[in-house]
Design a protein around this ligand. Structure first.
Ligand SMILES: Nc1nc2c(ncn2[C@@H]2O[C@H](COP(=O)(O)OP(=O)(O)OP(=O)(O)O)[C@@H](O)[C@H]2O)c(=O)[nH]1
Ligand SMILES: *[C@@H]1O[C@H](CO)[C@@H](O)[C@H](O)[C@H]1NC(C)=O
Ligand SMILES: *[C@@H]1O[C@H](CO)[C@@H](O)[C@H](O)[C@H]1NC(C)=O
Ligand SMILES: [Mg+2]
Length: 398
């Protein structure tokens, strides 16, 4: 008995779907294996986690309800925190750009104060233009001379000679004394400023950075409620030539201070020599992985604590802020990796961010203006500067 025409058609379609499914199942494994360095992405991170749908971190989260975060509310839900920025008068246009982005995506809701720092007084133009960009309070602070000037034990001739050597090794800004001063101030001085005495948390912002995603909870409360010390967005390799003796000095420090080591530290991440062995080799035992510190949301109690104070003093005496070009990023990162419990370090995967040439761009309907999962818009080789896979490997994604 012949099947009706419609039944035959159904059988054919079913057969076709079955074959297509079989084909898909057998094809799947090969499509999961990236062909070497496709897109220049690191081989060991099969899939950038920024491609996965990203929501908010876990509750408790504090949100705007009524006027609880109004700028003029004396009993607001704001905690002891400020947005802060070290910036030059000449960078006014750049800081306006950064402020606009952060106000639009986050701070117009929460109205945390801004604190600007400068080694010289801010101009009236700087003050009037920045004041128009926020309803929150703004403070303009000059860095005390004794926090900025080159320490007495640094020899100027030796600085110049060392800078010549660094320059031969293509270390950027080797001769720019103010760059060294800035790195030292950001490492061990900013939290000592009298204007921050009663402040516990800060969000560091630089000129010309971008924020892409709406953030609808109080990030400072998040840090406090979840016992976090430090939040980052991007994890990078450093130029090993700029920090040749930073790790050896750290080992020397630990010889007499290993009681400061945290029980659940991130030593494995700091010492990794598998992913970029030549970096570890040139930096004498340090992977050079660091939290990119032009973005940081952190609790200053850690910098103000015994461990960091003694560590910074040791490094400062050793002279590497001037004779090499130690950055605040590797200095902060090593200290956190050694002296802080790794569970207290948080990846703010939901905060879309760019400082040229790198991005953190999550997959979320709250983001606009960046390409999801794109790590850099520079040349393809810049993708290998991405050190996040190592953080995820040794610590995780929280
Ligand atoms: N007031 C002041 N701010 C400085 C000085 N040097 C650097 N800064 C600030 O310190 C931060 C870092 O300096 P940048 O020049 O951006 O350094 P960088 O991010 O390593 O380099 P770029 O890739 O050029 O951005 C920025 O917020 C600068 O505005 C200085 O001499 N005086
Ligand atoms: C704010 O933080 C500072 C520094 O940690 C602390 O001394 C001060 O008591 C705090 N103030 C409030 C109101 O929590
Ligand atoms: C927060 O950290 C402190 C100090 O390490 C610890 O004693 C406390 O139990 C932690 N609290 C929570 C809620 O995790
Ligand atoms: Mg910068």
């Amino acid at each position: 008995m012949a099947l009706p025409k419609s039944m035959r058609l159904l059988a054919i379609v079913t057969m076709a779907i079955f074959c297509w499914l079989i084909f898909q199942i057998f094809r799947a494994p090969t499509s999961l294996t990236p062909p070497g360095r496709a897109n220049g992405k690191p081989e060991d991170m099969l899939r950038d986690p920024n491609l996965d749908p990203t929501g908010e971190p876990p509750e408790p989260l504090h949100r705007v309800q009524g006027n609880n975060y109004a700028p003029d509310n004396p009993n607001s839900d704001r905690i002891n925190a400020t947005i802060l920025s070290l910036v030059r008068n000449e960078e006014l246009a750049g800081i306006i750009q950064s402020m606009r982005d952060l106000e639009r995506t986050w701070n117009h809701k929460f109205n945390y104060p801004w604190t600007f720092f400068n080694d010289v007084p801010f101009t009236e133009e700087f003050k009037t233009k920045t004041r128009t960009l926020t309803k929150a309070e703004i403070r303009y602070e000059v860095v005390p001379k004794e926090h900025w000037e080159v320490p007495s034990w640094i020899n100027h001739d030796l600085f110049v000679e060392s800078a010549n050597i660094l320059e031969e090794q293509e270390v950027q800004y080797a001769h720019l004394l103010s760059y060294h001063q800035m790195c030292r101030w950001n490492s061990g001085m900013f939290y000592r400023h009298p204007a921050l005495q009663d402040v516990q948390y800060y969000w560091r912002v630089e000129p010309k950075v971008h924020f892409f995603c709406d953030v609808d909870y109080d990030v400072f409360r998040y840090m406090s409620d979840h016992n976090k010390t430090y939040g980052f967005t991007i994890n990078l390799y450093d130029s090993p030539q700029s920090i040749s003796t930073l790790w050896p000095e750290t080992i020397k420090f630990l010889a007499s201070h290993n009681h400061h080591l945290a029980e659940y530290n991130a030593m494995g991440w700091l010492k990794d020599n598998e992913r970029r062995p030549e970096h570890n080799f040139k930096a004498n035992g340090y992977s050079t992985c660091h939290f990119w510190s032009n973005f940081e949301i952190a609790d200053m109690s850690f910098w103000r604590g015994r461990a960091y104070e003694e560590y910074f003093d040791h490094l400062d005496r050793a002279g590497g802020f001037f004779y090499e070009r130690w950055g605040d990023a590797p200095v902060h990162s090593i200290a956190l990796g050694l002296f802080e419990d790794r569970s207290k370090i948080h990846w703010f995967r939901d905060i879309g961010y760019q400082h040229v040439p790198f991005f953190n761009c999550p997959n979320s309907p709250k983001c606009r203006g960046c390409v999801t999962g794109r790590f850099t818009d520079g040349e393809a080789w810049l993708n290998k500067e991405d050190c996040r896979p190592n953080w995820f490997k040794y610590v995780g994604m929280d």
